[in-house]
Unconditional design. Structure first.
Length: 96
């Protein structure tokens, strides 16, 4: 089985979703947002032990450094195999 790195919260915190983070970066930081822009920000709130794989890349390194999250290797299953029953088509009036 293959493994995948996932992010798990080590304590409760919040972070902007990807669209909001793009807005913050575009204007040059949270302090440069207008009141209207701040009202439109969407944040994701996580609690201890919850997965936070959608953490924006620009926040990822700082969150690891500040021990807000940890990287966890999780085993992922391969594609499920389906067994199919093979049946022969019996010739009838429509089949020759």
């Amino acid at each position: 089985m293959a493994t995948k790195k996932r992010l798990r919260a080590l304590r409760g915190f919040n972070y902007p979703d990807a669209k909001s983070m793009a807005l913050v970066q575009r204007v040059g930081g949270k302090t440069k947002l207008t009141r209207e822009q701040r009202a439109q920000l969407q944040v994701v709130e996580v609690e201890l032990g919850e997965w936070c794989d959608d953490l924006p890349d620009v926040v990822h390194a700082a969150a690891l450094r500040r021990r807000l999250v940890e990287e966890v290797d999780v085993q992922i299953e391969g594609p499920k195999t389906r067994t199919t029953k093979k049946t022969a088509i019996k010739p009838g009036k429509d089949h020759k």
